[in-house]
Write a protein that binds this ligand. Sequence first.
Ligand SMILES: Nc1ncnc2c1ncn2[C@@H]1O[C@H](COP(=O)(O)OP(=O)(O)OP(=O)(O)O)[C@@H](O)[C@H]1O
Length: 310
Amino acid sequence: MAQGTAVFECAQLGKKYQGRAALKDVSLTQRQGKIYGLIGENGAGKTTLMKIIAGLAFPTGGTFALFGEAARLDAARQQCGFMIGSSGLNASMSAAENIELHGLIRGLKLTGPEVAELLGRVGLEDTKKKVRGYSLGMKQRLGIALAMIGYPAYLVLDEPVNGLDPLGIVEIRNMLRQLCGEKGMTILISSHNLPELFQTATDYILLHHGKVLEEISLPELEMKCKKYARVRTDEPERLLSALKSAFPEAEARQCPDGAIHIFNCGDRLTDLAGLFHQKRILIEEFALKQDTPEQYFLSRMRGENNVKPA
Ligand SMILES: Nc1ncnc2c1ncn2[C@@H]1O[C@H](COP(=O)(O)OP(=O)(O)OP(=O)(O)O)[C@@H](O)[C@H]1O
């Protein structure tokens, strides 16, 4: 599959449960070879979107396609691997037996070395131990291995690092990035572990109350997380006007608490302070700040807007 080909596309996708909207007008395109981080608060609609992709829930509005196929979705799903909710582990079987069984369900008769390779990728030993004796982290690793059977072109993982210890999280992150590079897989991951997700995903989708609030690539996110000046004044219009003439490249964002965040002013903070002094604009707060990706998404969810200097 060519780099950049659309793996998943949806338009105005909606889902209502008993009349209550879980997804509203979601339009997205996910392209081959990228790792998408799906972010959102509890109840934002992340699992619902993944379930629709997997065929475990049905949309009540809109359209979607997998690998360009909107009609024969079952066939398209043969190229996908899913870990959503309880991953269908058989507690009375070993990890290898679980993989063999799920392989057969998917029409694949896996060889011993293929099973061992999958177990190795997720850091599980090929023991006879039954899954019922596994820790949460081991079950999680096995769930990821089951989704990876046959190395699908599109891997959808709901909270894959949930229950893993810090070392396990790093191992799974490295493994997913390796798979993406080595096999050209496209991966969709939801996670509440944002610092971890920011080290894994190449692109981010922010869901909020069932809507896509933002789609952003890692370089764009890094740009958004650059340094800014936080200024508070009771003369915001005069400040924005002075800013426009002296710093046309500056971008100002008004926060709900009344403060103005000024981006693209680089290292010219002293010039900025000098400008406000010269224009006799009373400044109550003036500080140099830098958002983390987490703070950036939180501020988006709180509804902070960009305002152009007037
Ligand atoms: N089977 C269902 N029946 C009724 N309502 C549901 C069902 N599944 C989800 N919902 C509702 O749909 C909304 C979105 O839920 P969803 O599980 O998709 O969110 P989420 O972003 O995955 O949340 P979390 O981070 O808590 O897993 C929530 O309000 C939830 O209560």
